[in-house]
Design a protein around this ligand. Structure first.
Ligand SMILES: [Ca+2]
Ligand SMILES: [Ca+2]
Length: 161
């Protein structure tokens, strides 16, 4: 009987755990380690992506990526969608060239975590490359012009809904 009680409790906890991310219009929220992530189906400039993330749910923002585990999880998710398109993340150096910060916190990437692709960030076009994307090919990051239109990742703390 005790075993049945424990099983029941586990089932309840599983159901509660499984419903902590928003659903509805933004139906691709997925939970990982205390945060929900939305992988957009629409494409937008970086600024529009940032605004869309803010609108998507109360407390959500264009995603920062703070650890290798988080980066790997997001990269794996992107691969499962088979979109063949890179995704904006929340890093920008539009305020101070060469100094990338996370849009939501203002924290320097140098103080948190970085996963730049080889040779990036390189600011290599005439148009400034002041926004960051995750490359769907390898999960690494690249700086690109903020006006390019692409998909994006939003992030939402589970307990701040
Ligand atoms: Ca730049
Ligand atoms: Ca670049």
């Amino acid at each position: 009987m005790l075993n049945c009680s424990i099983l029941f409790l586990v089932l309840i906890l599983y159901c509660v755990e499984g419903s902590r991310c928003p659903d509805g219009e933004f139906d691709k929220w997925k939970e990982f380690r205390g945060f929900c992530y939305h992988f957009s189906e629409r494409s937008a400039t970086w600024r529009r992506a940032k605004e869309a993330c803010t609108r998507a749910a109360e407390g959500s923002y264009i995603a920062d990526i703070l650890s290798e585990e988080e980066n790997n999880w997001i990269f794996e998710r992107l691969n499962t969608y088979h979109y063949y398109e890179d995704y904006y993340i929340g890093a920008t150096d539009r305020e101070w060239e060469g100094h990338f910060v996370w849009e939501n916190s203002g924290e320097s990437l140098d103080d948190t975590y970085t996963n730049w692709n080889e040779g990036e960030p390189n600011q290599h076009l005439d148009t400034p490359e002041n926004c960051a994307e995750m490359k769907i090919s390898n999960g690494k990051w690249n700086d690109i012009p903020c006006d390019i239109v692409m998909r994006y990742v939003c992030k939402l703390p589970v307990y701040e809904k």
